[in-house]
Design a protein around this ligand. Structure first.
Ligand code: 5GP
Ligand code: MG
Length: 469
Protein backbone atom coordinates (compact mmCIF):
# COMPACT_ATOMS: atom_id res chain seq x y z
CA UNK A 1 0.00 0.00 0.00
CA UNK A 2 1.13 3.55 -0.55
CA UNK A 3 0.30 7.20 -0.05
CA UNK A 4 0.49 9.71 -2.89
CA UNK A 5 0.35 13.50 -3.08
CA UNK A 6 0.65 16.11 -5.84
CA UNK A 7 0.68 19.91 -5.77
CA UNK A 8 0.57 22.47 -8.54
CA UNK A 9 1.29 26.15 -8.71
CA UNK A 10 2.79 26.71 -5.28
CA UNK A 11 6.10 28.42 -4.57
CA UNK A 12 6.84 25.88 -1.86
CA UNK A 13 5.48 22.87 -3.68
CA UNK A 14 8.01 20.40 -2.24
CA UNK A 15 7.44 21.64 1.31
CA UNK A 16 3.70 21.13 0.89
CA UNK A 17 4.27 17.66 -0.58
CA UNK A 18 6.50 16.84 2.40
CA UNK A 19 3.84 17.92 4.91
CA UNK A 20 1.22 16.00 2.98
CA UNK A 21 3.35 12.86 3.08
CA UNK A 22 3.68 13.29 6.82
CA UNK A 23 -0.09 13.00 7.10
CA UNK A 24 -0.06 9.99 4.78
CA UNK A 25 2.77 8.21 6.58
CA UNK A 26 0.47 5.45 7.83
CA UNK A 27 -0.04 4.36 4.20
CA UNK A 28 3.62 3.57 3.72
CA UNK A 29 6.46 3.48 6.19
CA UNK A 30 9.16 1.81 4.18
CA UNK A 31 10.32 4.57 1.85
CA UNK A 32 9.46 8.07 0.74
CA UNK A 33 10.21 10.37 -2.16
CA UNK A 34 9.38 13.74 -3.68
CA UNK A 35 9.97 14.99 -7.19
CA UNK A 36 9.59 18.62 -8.28
CA UNK A 37 9.87 20.66 -11.49
CA UNK A 38 11.32 24.17 -11.57
CA UNK A 39 10.56 25.19 -15.16
CA UNK A 40 13.79 23.68 -16.44
CA UNK A 41 14.89 20.71 -14.36
CA UNK A 42 13.24 17.87 -12.54
CA UNK A 43 14.53 17.24 -9.02
CA UNK A 44 14.09 14.12 -6.98
CA UNK A 45 14.99 12.95 -3.50
CA UNK A 46 13.93 9.51 -2.30
CA UNK A 47 15.21 6.96 0.13
CA UNK A 48 14.30 4.14 2.48
CA UNK A 49 12.79 5.23 5.78
CA UNK A 50 10.04 7.36 7.23
CA UNK A 51 9.20 10.72 5.68
CA UNK A 52 11.01 12.45 8.56
CA UNK A 53 14.12 10.31 8.00
CA UNK A 54 14.30 10.93 4.27
CA UNK A 55 13.86 14.72 4.25
CA UNK A 56 15.25 17.63 6.20
CA UNK A 57 15.09 21.39 5.64
CA UNK A 58 18.08 21.33 3.35
CA UNK A 59 16.84 18.56 1.12
CA UNK A 60 13.43 20.20 0.81
CA UNK A 61 15.17 23.41 -0.33
CA UNK A 62 16.89 21.42 -3.08
CA UNK A 63 13.51 20.36 -4.45
CA UNK A 64 12.90 23.56 -6.33
CA UNK A 65 9.86 24.47 -8.34
CA UNK A 66 6.17 25.20 -8.31
CA UNK A 67 4.93 21.67 -8.94
CA UNK A 68 5.75 18.50 -7.01
CA UNK A 69 4.55 14.97 -6.37
CA UNK A 70 5.35 12.66 -3.47
CA UNK A 71 4.99 9.04 -2.48
CA UNK A 72 5.35 6.94 0.64
CA UNK A 73 5.59 3.22 0.34
CA UNK A 74 4.41 0.41 2.51
CA UNK A 75 6.75 -2.03 4.14
CA UNK A 76 6.48 -5.34 2.33
CA UNK A 77 7.44 -8.94 2.78
CA UNK A 78 10.02 -8.76 -0.01
CA UNK A 79 13.45 -7.24 0.20
CA UNK A 80 13.77 -3.51 -0.18
CA UNK A 81 15.45 -2.03 -3.16
CA UNK A 82 16.42 1.57 -3.73
CA UNK A 83 15.43 1.36 -7.38
CA UNK A 84 11.86 0.56 -6.45
CA UNK A 85 11.26 3.68 -4.41
CA UNK A 86 8.89 6.19 -5.97
CA UNK A 87 8.37 8.68 -7.53
CA UNK A 88 9.77 6.87 -10.50
CA UNK A 89 11.31 9.12 -13.15
CA UNK A 90 11.68 8.51 -16.86
CA UNK A 91 12.82 10.67 -19.76
CA UNK A 92 11.25 10.35 -23.15
CA UNK A 93 11.87 12.63 -26.13
CA UNK A 94 13.41 15.23 -23.84
CA UNK A 95 10.37 15.29 -21.64
CA UNK A 96 10.83 14.10 -18.07
CA UNK A 97 7.96 12.45 -16.30
CA UNK A 98 7.62 11.34 -12.68
CA UNK A 99 4.98 8.94 -11.42
CA UNK A 100 3.67 7.90 -7.99
CA UNK A 101 1.31 4.94 -7.80
CA UNK A 102 -0.96 3.45 -5.15
CA UNK A 103 -2.52 0.07 -5.93
CA UNK A 104 -1.56 -3.02 -7.88
CA UNK A 105 -2.20 -3.74 -11.53
CA UNK A 106 -3.59 -7.18 -12.34
CA UNK A 107 -2.43 -7.43 -15.95
CA UNK A 108 1.17 -6.58 -15.16
CA UNK A 109 2.60 -9.73 -16.63
CA UNK A 110 0.77 -9.42 -19.95
CA UNK A 111 1.74 -5.78 -20.35
CA UNK A 112 5.30 -6.47 -19.28
CA UNK A 113 5.72 -9.23 -21.86
CA UNK A 114 4.13 -7.09 -24.59
CA UNK A 115 6.34 -4.10 -23.82
CA UNK A 116 9.46 -6.19 -23.49
CA UNK A 117 8.63 -7.81 -26.83
CA UNK A 118 8.59 -4.34 -28.38
CA UNK A 119 11.97 -3.46 -26.93
CA UNK A 120 11.17 -1.77 -23.61
CA UNK A 121 13.94 -2.10 -21.06
CA UNK A 122 12.82 -2.09 -17.46
CA UNK A 123 14.82 -0.58 -14.62
CA UNK A 124 12.72 -1.70 -11.67
CA UNK A 125 10.37 -4.47 -10.63
CA UNK A 126 7.45 -2.07 -10.06
CA UNK A 127 4.25 -2.43 -12.02
CA UNK A 128 4.21 1.38 -12.00
CA UNK A 129 7.11 1.48 -14.44
CA UNK A 130 4.90 -0.23 -17.00
CA UNK A 131 2.63 2.82 -16.98
CA UNK A 132 5.51 5.09 -17.90
CA UNK A 133 6.49 2.78 -20.76
CA UNK A 134 2.92 2.78 -22.06
CA UNK A 135 2.88 6.57 -21.96
CA UNK A 136 6.23 6.74 -23.72
CA UNK A 137 4.85 4.71 -26.65
CA UNK A 138 2.07 7.19 -27.33
CA UNK A 139 3.10 9.27 -30.28
CA UNK A 140 0.11 11.13 -31.56
CA UNK A 141 -2.31 13.62 -30.17
CA UNK A 142 -2.06 15.80 -27.13
CA UNK A 143 -1.20 14.81 -23.61
CA UNK A 144 -4.80 14.04 -22.67
CA UNK A 145 -5.13 11.60 -25.52
CA UNK A 146 -2.00 9.70 -24.58
CA UNK A 147 -3.05 9.40 -21.00
CA UNK A 148 -6.48 8.08 -21.95
CA UNK A 149 -4.97 5.63 -24.39
CA UNK A 150 -2.21 4.41 -22.05
CA UNK A 151 -4.30 4.16 -18.90
CA UNK A 152 -7.09 2.36 -20.78
CA UNK A 153 -4.76 -0.60 -21.07
CA UNK A 154 -4.32 -0.99 -17.35
CA UNK A 155 -6.36 -3.41 -15.31
CA UNK A 156 -6.55 -3.56 -11.54
CA UNK A 157 -6.03 -0.88 -8.95
CA UNK A 158 -4.40 2.46 -9.62
CA UNK A 159 -4.60 5.82 -8.00
CA UNK A 160 -1.85 7.81 -9.68
CA UNK A 161 -0.20 11.18 -9.65
CA UNK A 162 2.20 12.29 -12.37
CA UNK A 163 4.47 15.25 -12.79
CA UNK A 164 4.88 16.04 -16.48
CA UNK A 165 6.95 19.20 -16.42
CA UNK A 166 4.68 21.71 -14.71
CA UNK A 167 1.49 19.71 -15.23
CA UNK A 168 0.22 17.52 -12.43
CA UNK A 169 -1.92 14.62 -13.59
CA UNK A 170 -4.11 12.57 -11.26
CA UNK A 171 -5.94 9.38 -12.23
CA UNK A 172 -8.06 6.71 -10.66
CA UNK A 173 -9.00 3.30 -12.04
CA UNK A 174 -12.60 2.86 -13.23
CA UNK A 175 -13.51 0.74 -10.17
CA UNK A 176 -12.12 3.32 -7.74
CA UNK A 177 -10.31 0.72 -5.64
CA UNK A 178 -8.03 3.20 -3.87
CA UNK A 179 -8.96 6.67 -2.70
CA UNK A 180 -7.73 9.92 -4.29
CA UNK A 181 -9.09 13.39 -3.57
CA UNK A 182 -8.71 16.93 -4.82
CA UNK A 183 -8.15 19.95 -2.63
CA UNK A 184 -7.42 23.62 -3.05
CA UNK A 185 -4.99 25.88 -1.25
CA UNK A 186 -5.24 29.47 -2.52
CA UNK A 187 -4.39 29.22 -6.20
CA UNK A 188 -2.93 25.73 -5.92
CA UNK A 189 -4.59 22.39 -6.42
CA UNK A 190 -3.63 19.36 -4.42
CA UNK A 191 -4.16 15.67 -5.08
CA UNK A 192 -3.95 13.37 -2.10
CA UNK A 193 -4.66 9.75 -1.22
CA UNK A 194 -6.62 10.91 1.80
CA UNK A 195 -8.26 14.10 2.97
CA UNK A 196 -6.29 14.12 6.27
CA UNK A 197 -3.32 15.51 4.30
CA UNK A 198 -5.44 18.43 3.11
CA UNK A 199 -6.41 19.26 6.68
CA UNK A 200 -2.80 19.36 7.78
CA UNK A 201 -1.80 21.86 5.10
CA UNK A 202 -5.07 23.80 5.57
CA UNK A 203 -6.23 23.09 2.06
CA UNK A 204 -9.90 22.87 1.32
CA UNK A 205 -11.37 19.53 0.31
CA UNK A 206 -13.10 19.91 -3.06
CA UNK A 207 -14.08 16.39 -4.07
CA UNK A 208 -12.86 12.87 -4.71
CA UNK A 209 -11.36 12.16 -8.11
CA UNK A 210 -14.02 10.02 -9.77
CA UNK A 211 -13.37 6.41 -10.69
CA UNK A 212 -12.08 6.43 -14.27
CA UNK A 213 -11.28 10.16 -14.19
CA UNK A 214 -7.98 11.68 -15.28
CA UNK A 215 -7.41 15.25 -14.13
CA UNK A 216 -4.82 17.59 -15.63
CA UNK A 217 -3.72 20.51 -13.50
CA UNK A 218 -1.51 23.23 -14.90
CA UNK A 219 -1.10 26.44 -12.96
CA UNK A 220 -4.58 27.48 -11.94
CA UNK A 221 -6.29 25.46 -14.66
CA UNK A 222 -7.87 22.12 -14.12
CA UNK A 223 -9.44 19.86 -16.74
CA UNK A 224 -10.81 16.33 -16.62
CA UNK A 225 -11.18 13.52 -19.11
CA UNK A 226 -12.62 10.06 -18.52
CA UNK A 227 -11.50 6.58 -19.43
CA UNK A 228 -13.89 5.23 -22.08
CA UNK A 229 -14.62 1.95 -20.27
CA UNK A 230 -15.48 3.61 -16.97
CA UNK A 231 -19.22 3.62 -17.61
CA UNK A 232 -19.27 -0.15 -17.85
CA UNK A 233 -17.06 -0.65 -14.80
CA UNK A 234 -18.67 -1.55 -11.52
CA UNK A 235 -17.32 0.42 -8.61
CA UNK A 236 -15.19 -1.55 -6.18
CA UNK A 237 -13.84 0.63 -3.39
CA UNK A 238 -11.62 -1.28 -0.99
CA UNK A 239 -13.66 -1.86 2.15
CA UNK A 240 -10.47 -2.68 4.05
CA UNK A 241 -9.52 1.00 3.78
CA UNK A 242 -12.36 1.60 6.23
CA UNK A 243 -11.47 -1.34 8.47
CA UNK A 244 -7.77 -0.64 8.85
CA UNK A 245 -5.90 1.28 6.28
CA UNK A 246 -7.10 4.86 6.04
CA UNK A 247 -6.77 7.36 8.86
CA UNK A 248 -9.89 7.90 10.96
CA UNK A 249 -9.80 11.64 10.34
CA UNK A 250 -10.04 11.14 6.56
CA UNK A 251 -13.18 11.20 4.46
CA UNK A 252 -12.92 8.61 1.72
CA UNK A 253 -15.51 6.97 -0.53
CA UNK A 254 -17.92 9.70 0.61
CA UNK A 255 -17.85 8.83 4.28
CA UNK A 256 -15.75 9.56 7.33
CA UNK A 257 -13.49 6.67 8.33
CA UNK A 258 -13.90 7.23 12.08
CA UNK A 259 -17.69 7.12 11.82
CA UNK A 260 -17.60 3.97 9.70
CA UNK A 261 -15.31 2.25 12.23
CA UNK A 262 -17.65 3.17 15.07
CA UNK A 263 -20.59 1.75 13.13
CA UNK A 264 -18.64 -1.46 12.44
CA UNK A 265 -18.14 -1.79 16.20
CA UNK A 266 -21.79 -1.10 16.98
CA UNK A 267 -22.90 -3.68 14.41
CA UNK A 268 -20.48 -6.22 15.90
CA UNK A 269 -22.06 -5.60 19.31
CA UNK A 270 -25.49 -6.24 17.82
CA UNK A 271 -24.38 -9.50 16.21
CA UNK A 272 -22.35 -10.89 19.11
CA UNK A 273 -23.26 -9.38 22.46
CA UNK A 274 -21.65 -10.75 25.61
CA UNK A 275 -21.61 -9.60 29.20
CA UNK A 276 -18.33 -8.23 30.55
CA UNK A 277 -16.89 -5.70 33.00
CA UNK A 278 -15.60 -3.45 30.22
CA UNK A 279 -14.56 -3.13 26.58
CA UNK A 280 -11.03 -2.36 25.40
CA UNK A 281 -9.24 -2.06 22.07
CA UNK A 282 -5.99 -3.47 20.85
CA UNK A 283 -4.45 -0.08 20.10
CA UNK A 284 -4.49 1.80 17.83
CA UNK A 285 -6.24 0.00 15.02
CA UNK A 286 -9.08 -1.37 17.19
CA UNK A 287 -9.81 1.96 18.96
CA UNK A 288 -12.82 3.25 17.06
CA UNK A 289 -14.61 -0.06 16.59
CA UNK A 290 -14.17 -0.55 20.37
CA UNK A 291 -15.78 2.83 20.96
CA UNK A 292 -18.77 1.87 18.82
CA UNK A 293 -19.07 -1.57 20.40
CA UNK A 294 -18.88 -0.26 23.98
CA UNK A 295 -21.50 2.39 23.23
CA UNK A 296 -23.86 -0.16 21.71
CA UNK A 297 -23.50 -2.55 24.65
CA UNK A 298 -23.66 0.22 27.24
CA UNK A 299 -20.39 -0.95 28.78
CA UNK A 300 -17.48 1.21 29.90
CA UNK A 301 -14.51 1.58 27.55
CA UNK A 302 -11.12 1.20 29.24
CA UNK A 303 -7.57 1.43 27.97
CA UNK A 304 -6.12 -1.91 29.07
CA UNK A 305 -3.03 -1.67 26.90
CA UNK A 306 -0.95 1.47 26.47
CA UNK A 307 0.95 2.09 23.30
CA UNK A 308 4.31 3.82 23.25
CA UNK A 309 4.38 5.94 20.11
CA UNK A 310 8.12 6.49 20.11
CA UNK A 311 9.19 2.99 19.16
CA UNK A 312 10.92 3.04 15.81
CA UNK A 313 10.26 0.38 13.24
CA UNK A 314 13.92 -0.10 12.61
CA UNK A 315 14.53 -1.53 16.06
CA UNK A 316 17.16 -4.25 15.77
CA UNK A 317 15.86 -7.50 17.20
CA UNK A 318 18.59 -10.10 16.92
CA UNK A 319 17.60 -12.18 19.95
CA UNK A 320 14.37 -13.47 21.45
CA UNK A 321 14.97 -11.36 24.56
CA UNK A 322 15.14 -8.19 22.46
CA UNK A 323 12.12 -9.21 20.37
CA UNK A 324 10.08 -9.68 23.53
CA UNK A 325 11.38 -6.40 24.83
CA UNK A 326 10.33 -4.71 21.62
CA UNK A 327 6.76 -5.93 21.97
CA UNK A 328 6.56 -4.87 25.62
CA UNK A 329 8.03 -1.44 25.03
CA UNK A 330 5.49 -0.85 22.26
CA UNK A 331 2.34 -2.15 23.95
CA UNK A 332 2.15 -2.51 27.71
CA UNK A 333 -0.91 -3.85 29.57
CA UNK A 334 -2.06 -2.13 32.77
CA UNK A 335 -2.38 -4.74 35.49
CA UNK A 336 -4.60 -2.65 37.79
CA UNK A 337 -7.17 -2.27 35.00
CA UNK A 338 -7.16 -5.93 33.95
CA UNK A 339 -6.73 -7.92 37.16
CA UNK A 340 -9.64 -10.32 37.68
CA UNK A 341 -11.78 -8.70 34.97
CA UNK A 342 -14.03 -10.08 32.25
CA UNK A 343 -13.16 -8.10 29.16
CA UNK A 344 -14.28 -7.68 25.57
CA UNK A 345 -11.24 -7.01 23.44
CA UNK A 346 -11.80 -5.37 20.06
CA UNK A 347 -9.33 -5.76 17.19
CA UNK A 348 -9.86 -4.42 13.68
CA UNK A 349 -8.69 -7.54 11.85
CA UNK A 350 -6.78 -10.79 12.09
CA UNK A 351 -4.36 -11.58 9.27
CA UNK A 352 -1.91 -14.26 10.44
CA UNK A 353 -3.09 -14.21 14.05
CA UNK A 354 0.24 -13.16 15.53
CA UNK A 355 -0.87 -9.83 16.99
CA UNK A 356 -4.05 -11.15 18.57
CA UNK A 357 -2.29 -14.17 20.05
CA UNK A 358 0.45 -12.11 21.63
CA UNK A 359 -1.93 -9.49 23.01
CA UNK A 360 -4.22 -12.13 24.49
CA UNK A 361 -1.23 -13.72 26.19
CA UNK A 362 -0.20 -10.31 27.62
CA UNK A 363 -3.72 -9.71 28.92
CA UNK A 364 -3.81 -13.11 30.62
CA UNK A 365 -0.43 -12.49 32.23
CA UNK A 366 -1.76 -9.18 33.50
CA UNK A 367 -4.61 -10.99 35.24
CA UNK A 368 -7.61 -10.82 32.87
CA UNK A 369 -10.14 -13.48 33.92
CA UNK A 370 -12.24 -13.76 30.75
CA UNK A 371 -11.27 -12.56 27.27
CA UNK A 372 -13.95 -12.21 24.59
CA UNK A 373 -12.26 -11.21 21.34
CA UNK A 374 -14.36 -9.34 18.77
CA UNK A 375 -13.09 -8.58 15.26
CA UNK A 376 -14.56 -5.62 13.36
CA UNK A 377 -14.46 -7.33 9.96
CA UNK A 378 -15.20 -10.86 8.66
CA UNK A 379 -12.47 -13.53 8.50
CA UNK A 380 -9.81 -12.60 5.91
CA UNK A 381 -9.66 -15.71 3.75
CA UNK A 382 -8.48 -14.47 0.35
CA UNK A 383 -5.36 -12.65 -0.80
CA UNK A 384 -5.66 -9.13 -2.18
CA UNK A 385 -4.46 -8.43 -5.73
CA UNK A 386 -5.38 -4.76 -5.65
CA UNK A 387 -2.79 -3.31 -3.32
CA UNK A 388 -3.19 -4.57 0.23
CA UNK A 389 -0.25 -6.73 1.09
CA UNK A 390 -2.11 -9.72 2.47
CA UNK A 391 -0.12 -12.92 2.40
CA UNK A 392 -0.95 -16.08 0.50
CA UNK A 393 -3.93 -18.23 1.49
CA UNK A 394 -1.59 -20.56 3.39
CA UNK A 395 -0.57 -17.74 5.71
CA UNK A 396 -4.05 -16.29 6.26
CA UNK A 397 -5.17 -17.98 9.44
CA UNK A 398 -8.88 -17.75 8.56
CA UNK A 399 -8.34 -19.56 5.32
CA UNK A 400 -6.71 -22.45 7.17
CA UNK A 401 -8.79 -22.70 10.35
CA UNK A 402 -12.44 -22.35 11.39
CA UNK A 403 -13.46 -19.55 13.76
CA UNK A 404 -13.63 -22.10 16.57
CA UNK A 405 -10.09 -23.32 15.78
CA UNK A 406 -8.78 -19.76 15.63
CA UNK A 407 -10.35 -19.07 19.02
CA UNK A 408 -8.56 -22.12 20.43
CA UNK A 409 -5.28 -21.03 18.85
CA UNK A 410 -5.65 -17.56 20.36
CA UNK A 411 -6.65 -19.03 23.75
CA UNK A 412 -9.67 -16.75 24.17
CA UNK A 413 -12.93 -17.51 25.98
CA UNK A 414 -14.86 -16.54 22.86
CA UNK A 415 -14.04 -15.22 19.40
CA UNK A 416 -16.55 -13.61 17.04
CA UNK A 417 -16.13 -11.77 13.76
CA UNK A 418 -18.43 -9.22 12.15
CA UNK A 419 -20.50 -10.79 9.35
CA UNK A 420 -20.06 -9.67 5.75
CA UNK A 421 -23.73 -8.66 5.55
CA UNK A 422 -23.33 -6.72 8.80
CA UNK A 423 -20.26 -4.96 7.49
CA UNK A 424 -21.98 -4.01 4.25
CA UNK A 425 -25.02 -2.78 6.19
CA UNK A 426 -23.02 0.06 7.78
CA UNK A 427 -21.32 1.50 4.67
CA UNK A 428 -22.99 3.86 2.24
CA UNK A 429 -23.68 2.42 -1.23
CA UNK A 430 -22.59 -1.04 -0.18
CA UNK A 431 -22.78 -2.42 -3.73
CA UNK A 432 -19.86 -0.16 -4.65
CA UNK A 433 -17.30 -2.00 -2.51
CA UNK A 434 -14.68 -4.69 -3.08
CA UNK A 435 -14.74 -7.29 -0.31
CA UNK A 436 -12.77 -9.98 -2.10
CA UNK A 437 -10.49 -10.60 0.91
CA UNK A 438 -13.58 -11.72 2.85
CA UNK A 439 -15.76 -13.20 0.12
CA UNK A 440 -13.38 -14.37 -2.61
CA UNK A 441 -15.49 -12.37 -5.10
CA UNK A 442 -12.85 -10.59 -7.11
CA UNK A 443 -14.39 -7.67 -9.04
CA UNK A 444 -11.54 -7.55 -11.60
CA UNK A 445 -10.00 -10.71 -13.02
CA UNK A 446 -6.97 -11.69 -11.00
CA UNK A 447 -3.73 -12.86 -12.61
CA UNK A 448 -4.09 -16.39 -14.00
CA UNK A 449 -1.33 -17.79 -11.91
CA UNK A 450 -2.73 -16.80 -8.56
CA UNK A 451 0.62 -16.41 -6.92
CA UNK A 452 0.85 -12.67 -6.52
CA UNK A 453 4.60 -12.98 -6.56
CA UNK A 454 4.71 -14.56 -9.99
CA UNK A 455 6.15 -11.64 -11.84
CA UNK A 456 8.42 -10.76 -8.98
CA UNK A 457 9.66 -14.31 -9.12
CA UNK A 458 10.51 -13.88 -12.79
CA UNK A 459 12.15 -10.59 -12.16
CA UNK A 460 13.82 -11.70 -9.01
CA UNK A 461 15.71 -14.10 -11.14
CA UNK A 462 16.90 -11.21 -13.24
CA UNK A 463 17.26 -8.43 -10.75
CA UNK A 464 17.13 -9.83 -7.27
CA UNK A 465 14.31 -7.59 -6.14
CA UNK A 466 10.84 -8.34 -4.91
CA UNK A 467 9.32 -5.09 -3.82
CA UNK A 468 5.67 -4.20 -4.30
CA UNK A 469 4.00 -0.82 -4.67
P1 5GP B 1 -1.74 -10.41 12.28
O1 5GP B 1 -0.90 -10.17 13.48
O2 5GP B 1 -2.99 -11.18 12.54
O3 5GP B 1 -0.94 -11.00 11.13
O4 5GP B 1 -2.19 -9.00 11.72
C1 5GP B 1 -3.29 -8.33 12.27
C2 5GP B 1 -2.85 -7.01 12.83
O5 5GP B 1 -2.19 -6.25 11.83
C3 5GP B 1 -4.01 -6.17 13.31
O6 5GP B 1 -3.62 -5.55 14.51
C4 5GP B 1 -4.21 -5.12 12.24
O7 5GP B 1 -4.49 -3.86 12.82
C5 5GP B 1 -2.91 -5.08 11.52
N1 5GP B 1 -3.06 -5.07 10.06
C6 5GP B 1 -4.12 -5.38 9.31
N2 5GP B 1 -3.83 -5.26 8.01
C7 5GP B 1 -2.57 -4.88 7.92
C8 5GP B 1 -1.70 -4.57 6.83
O8 5GP B 1 -2.04 -4.61 5.66
N3 5GP B 1 -0.44 -4.20 7.19
C9 5GP B 1 -0.03 -4.13 8.50
N4 5GP B 1 1.22 -3.79 8.79
N5 5GP B 1 -0.82 -4.40 9.52
C10 5GP B 1 -2.06 -4.77 9.23
MG1 MG C 1 -3.54 -3.52 14.79
Amino acid sequence: MCGIIGISNHKEAAQIAFLGLYALQHRGEEAAGISSYDGRDVHIIKNLGLVSDVFDDRSIQELKGHAAIGHCRYSTTGSSNLKNIQPFIATHKNRVMAIAHNGNLTNTETLYRQLEGKGSIFQTSMDSEIIVHLLARMRNGDMKEWFVEALSRLQGAFSLVFLVEDTIVGARDPQGFRPLCLGQLGESYILSSESCALDLIRAQFIREIEPGEIVFIKGKNIESVFLPHRDKAKRAHCIFEYVYFARPDSDIFQDNVYQVRKRLGAQLAKEHPVDADFVMAIPDSGNYAALGLAGALGLPLEAGIIRNHYVGRTFIQPTQFLRDFHVRVKLNPIRSVLQGKRIIVVEDSIVRGTTARNRVEDLRKAGAKEIHLRISCPPIQWPCFYGIDFPSKQELIASQKSVKEIGDFLKVDSLEYLSLAGMLSVVKNSKDFCHACFSGKYPVAIPKNTSKYLLEGVRQHIRGTSARG
